[in-house]
Design a protein around this ligand. Structure first.
Ligand SMILES: Cc1cc2nc3c(=O)[nH]c(=O)nc-3n(C[C@H](O)[C@H](O)[C@H](O)COP(=O)(O)OP(=O)(O)OC[C@H]3O[C@@H](n4cnc5c(N)ncnc54)[C@H](O)[C@@H]3O)c2cc1C
Length: 426
């Protein structure tokens, strides 16, 4: 029987994970990435244990361990750095797989290397942007544009997956009047900088409240003993219209220090981190409203193209990887690709739509907002401000709703049955 062929538009975290998964399942795949030289762009990203499990089943456990930091704790603090909630993460929380905080660009490079090794350079085309597609005679014909020459090839396959991010061209063709992403009236300033380890060197800190907060965590170890620290400063802005999201828009240190220059805790000198950062990026907090379908015949969406979400709980990258695995399972178990894409849509879209909406309501960081409202000048004991049962309810309800609780992650069956001959699948 002829092998199923899939075209993936977009070589980001989701598209590359899908290519590896499809290859593992014996499905032919070709990846088209708009950027000619995918340089290690971005700063920190988190991979939850559920996604690390999938990458481990794809033989990437060692590469991840060498590249990222296995996160052990999440600390929620008020704007003075006082501890509100200390939570174990990854292996320390009882998951069978670590949570990794990792440089997004290094993760993309690691995945790209594995994809090139496994499916061959000729099946990974860079510098080609999807321009449009048509479904004809049980095939999908896809047009690409070379960003330099303006012309480009046409390719054909049984299935097209739009893994082309928040400005997805595939989604735009399916939803032509959708318009720009929805702006949450918050701006994020982000950078990665080398520094001395803080706390235990393996902790994510979120401090502040809804209108002004920081997220700081290590993303890799340096031979000098220093760490690469990812920091994000987030604040509410009055502008209704966002600037266009561009992961590479830069701002000055002075602009960030004007708002966060006093955020110095006994264990973390944020102003010094800001001072030492070379490139600081600005990004508006955006998402999109849920849609009522991802799959249209032989075309579907994945990752940010399908469910662009606010980065609450560090989930966007992890959920893109789970999409890749669920789609691979559907395509390998369902003979008819149209039925497989419908099955994937039915399985993944409802929970992801739920997360998009829930992420508009803060998640576990709701505890920080509560502490700010009840004790704006700080507290002697957090239990005086938020009783333990109330705190517990806030922080656990999010993980359970997102399918991230320890039991679910540890005991669910594998998405793609393991092939013992596959690298690293033991
Ligand atoms: C440059 C960049 C930097 C980022 N930095 C961070 C970060 O620091 N922290 C964080 O949490 N998240 C970051 N993200 C977002 C994060 O990667 C995603 O939220 C998440 O990993 C989901 O991945 P995805 O594969 O769906 O989308 P993305 O990772 O956004 O990947 C989409 C890919 O599609 C390509 N593409 C776009 N249009 C087309 C087209 N028409 N044809 C072909 N290819 C196309 C893009 O170049 C990109 O490589 C970044 C995304 C990008 C693109």
């Amino acid at each position: 029987m002829k092998k199923l062929e899939v075209i993936v538009a977009g070589g980001g975290i989701g598209g590359l994970s899908l290519a590896l998964s499809l290859h593992q399942a014996g499905i032919a795949v070709r990846v088209y990435e708009a950027v000619r030289d995918p340089a290690p762009l971005g700063v920190g990203i988190n991979l939850q244990p559920t996604a690390v499990r999938e990458l481990t089943e794809l033989g990437l456990a060692d590469a991840l361990a060498k590249t990222g930091i296995a996160t052990r704790r999440l600390n929620l603090c008020n704007k003075f750095g006082q501890l509100i909630h200390d939570e174990r993460r990854g292996l320390a929380a009882g998951y069978h797989w670590p949570q990794y905080s990792i440089h997004r660009g290094e993760l993309q490079a690691l995945l790209l290397r594995a994809v090139r090794d496994r499916i061959g350079d000729k099946n990974v085309q860079v510098g080609l942007k999807l321009a449009g597609f048509e479904q004809i005679n049980a095939r999908v014909r896809v047009r690409f544009t070379d960003r330099q020459s303006g012309s480009g090839p046409i390719d054909e396959a049984d299935v097209l997956v739009g893994a082309d991010g928040i400005h997805s061209a595939v989604r735009h063709q399916l939803y032509p009047v959708e318009g720009a992403p929805r702006f949450a009236q918050q701006t994020l300033w982000r950078a990665a900088v080398e520094a001395e380890p803080f706390l235990d060197g393996e902790t994510i800190v979120i401090a502040g409240h809804f209108h002004q907060r920081i997220i700081v965590y290590p993303i890799s170890r340096r031979p000098s003993g220093k760490i690469l620290v990812n920091w994000i400063c987030q604040k509410t802005v009055m502008d209704r219209a966002p600037p266009r999201e561009d992961w590479n828009r830069r701002v000055t240190k002075q602009e960030v220090l004007a708002t966060f220059g006093a955020w110095k805790f006994p264990w973390l000198d944020l102003p010094a981190l800001i001072e030492q950062s070379c490139d600081i990026y600005e990004f508006p907090l955006v998402d999109r409203d849920p849609v009522e379908a991802w799959s249209f015949g032989r075309v579907t969406l994945l990752g940010d193209a399908a469910h662009p979400m606010q980065p609450i709980g560090g989930q966007a990258g992890s959920q893109a990887i789970l999409d890749a695995r669920a789609l691979t399972r559907a395509l390998s178990e369902t003979r008819d690709p149209v039925a497989a894409l419908a099955r994937y849509d039915a399985e993944r879209r409802p929970p992801m739509n739920g997360i998009i909406l829930r992420n508009r309501n803060l998640g576990p960081e709701a505890a920080m907002q509560l502490a700010e409202e009840r004790a704006p000048n700080g507290f002697a004991q957090i239990s005086d401000v938020i009783p333990p049962h109330e705190l517990d309810e806030i922080v656990t309800s999010f993980a359970t709703a997102a399918g991230l609780d320890v039991d679910t992650v540890n005991t669910r069956p594998s998405y793609v049955p393991r092939d013992p001959s596959f690298p690293g699948s033991a």
